[in-house]
Design a protein around this ligand. Sequence first.
Ligand code: AR6
Length: 176
Amino acid sequence: MLTVRLVRGDIAAYSADAIVNAANSSLLGGGGVDGAIHSAGGPEIMAECRRLREERFPKGLPSGQAVATTAGRLPAQWVIHTVGPVYSPQDDRSDVLASSYRESLRVADDLGARSVAFPAISAGAFSWPIESAARTALETVVQADTQVTEVTFVLYDQAAYRAFQRQAQRLGVTVE
Ligand code: AR6
């Protein structure tokens, strides 16, 4: 049974078995969630990201996929890095966005993580409209086949928090 929670705040400060980073294909850092995670988590996370690039993803992590590293100094045990799609009004990339959530949960299952915190993937620098981002996020996690028992969406601002509340209500998803 999956419990879904909505909270406002900084995901880097959130305590869960695993937190999800809205990364880019380079895995070598950026702004938004990515910047917050690397700056609070310390250099160990980046060192592991560099190794991943050298050993497993020489061309970068494709969008819709996910990979885990240590969480360094963060309260979480692991960071799961996923690359969401850049929003395009001409091209429906919702399946790639859904895949980022599903693949992150699959990696969480491999780690044995039971609680996972997600940001609103693609809804910042990648320009995904927040209502649509929230709908895909919620519907994908509730339909996922996973051993994870707690998913928390950590939303940075009130607008995102409200959008997740509205979409949960529309989809009939109970949130705490
Ligand atoms: N905690 C929780 N949510 C946050 C935080 C935080 N500390 N900071 C921002 N958000 P974004 P993307 C919200 O841009 O759209 C990076 O440079 C933000 O308001 O972090 O997937 C990467 O390196 C928005 O609602 O991720 C990539 O290049 C949501 O989190 C690129 O941005 C996602 O915003 C990825 O873009």
